[in-house]
Write a protein that binds this ligand. Structure first.
Ligand code: ADP
Length: 386
């Protein structure tokens, strides 16, 4: 018998980079991971010795996958809830739970649930057609943000309409899974913030420092941890919002809250992700316990690890696919230029604009860390050559 026999097996649906980084954390703790991947070359499947290939939308595939696991968790939020409800009735531990997942799957449910808890958000409405959007605009004014309530990610499924003539084009977009739309005021925010919480079935929670994230075309580009120029008081208020949501939705595992900072101590909740998140990748090098390790600890109901900082600041910059597909060649220059640089590549085929990795740098001075992290990300993708 191997020593692994005493250790639980976590079943993960989806085999993208989040799962790949979860596998790294699991290996140190000797926790077994079994994957349900769509293809054998999904980037987490490439580094796993326990992979089933199948369609996560098929109930029988999911049921069979759950036969020899201790808990079920996710790389993404698209597994049909009706399947998960049936599996739960059969005793499968679904983590996070159905209530939390429903808020992450459907932005309309998320807005409704958080409104009932009197949490501050952009003014919003659920609409079914152009006329209802026009009525909302009459109250709020243009421009408006129109969101597909289900199926969106990385800004896909989010549009800005300057006026009613733009609305028609948007609601004829290819995302048809939704029969309704979420429409919101366009918030004139000063910056975007994010905060991450790990919560276990025991109800133990730990909250990470609030970070500043910058999105370009809906895709996260850079994260600064902790968020610069945020008072302790304001940071604590934001952490308290995240902890309140964790209790409200009975979240198990790591989840993140993305917020708009309006300045003057005011924030509005943009959205929730019920899993480790891109804005939390800094924790791998910048925190005592990474979001991936704490996710595993939380879903297995182990005591949680400290989320405190390992150095005063950490900057994370995403590596987005560029013109060159040889990601190894730039290692020589990047590693020689900056021995403190932490490169994380996901083993994904390079495509223009695709998230293929990220870099982290920890240290003192944010402006210096930003320069070094952006240089590395740009050099790795061939955007700059020196
Ligand atoms: P996704 O689920 O694709 O990440 P989000 O709802 O987070 O979609 O929106 C993506 C980005 O669009 C946000 O990070 C923010 O920059 C911008 N955005 C979303 N909602 C609003 C809003 N109401 N006002 C202004 N900008 C918004």
């Amino acid at each position: 018998m191997t020593s692994s026999a005493h250790f639980p097996t976590v079943g993960v649906v989806g085999a993208g980079q989040l799962t790949r980084m979860m596998i790294e954390a699991s290996a140190r703790l000797n926790i077994n991971i079994k994957l349900l991947a769509e293809t054998p070359i999904d980037c987490a499947a490439l580094i796993s010795n326990n992979v089933e290939i199948g369609d996560y939308k098929n109930y029988d595939t999911l049921r069979k996958f759950c036969e020899n696991i201790d808990v079920l968790t996710f790389d993404h939020e698209h597994v049909p809830l009706e399947h998960l409800k049936k599996l739960e009735l059969q005793g499968v531990k679904i983590r996070p739970g159905i209530k939390a997942l429903s808020c992450a799957q459907d932005k309309a449910i998320m807005r409704t649930t958080l409104s009932e808890a009197k949490l501050d958000m952009p003014r919003w409405a659920i609409v079914k057609n152009k006329e209802e959007i026009e009525n909302f605009a009459a109250k709020i004014g243009w421009p408006l943000v129109i969101k597909s309530s289900v199926g969106g990610y990385d800004g896909k499924g989010v549009w800005i309409a300057q006026d009613i003539t733009e609305v028609q084009k948007i609601i004829e977009s290819p995302i048809k899974e939704s029969s309704q739309w979420l429409v919101e005021e366009r918030v004139n925010f000063k910056r975007e913030l994010a905060v991450h919480v790990a919560r276990s079935p025991h109800g133990q929670s730990v909250v990470y420092p609030v970070v500043q994230s910058t999105q370009v075309d809906g895709v996260c580009e850079e994260v600064i941890a902790p968020a610069p120029n945020l008072s302790d008081n304001h940071a604590s208020q934001i952490q308290a919002i995240a902890l309140k949501i964790a209790e409200l939705l009975d979240v198990i595992g790591v989840f993140s809250v993305e917020l708009f900072d309006l300045g003057d101590g005011k924030v509005l909740i943009n959205e929730l992700a019920m899993r480790p998140h891109n804005s939390g990748h800094w924790t791998i090098d910048g925190s005592n316990t990474s979001q991936f390790e704490n996710h595993l600890r939380a879903i297995l109901d182990l005591p949680l690890g400290s989320p405190s900082l390992t150095s005063p600041n950490t900057v994370m910059v995403n590596v987005l696919g560029g013109q060159f597909d040889d990601m190894y060649k730039p290692f020589m220059h990047c590693m020689a230029r900056d021995p403190e640089l932490k490169i994380h590549l996901y083993g994904k085929e390079v495509k223009l604009g695709r998230k293929v990795g990220h870099v982290n740098i920890c240290g003192e001075k944010v402006s210096d860390l930003l320069e070094r992290a952006h240089h590395a990300a740009d050099y790795l993708t061939g955007k700059i050559t020196e």
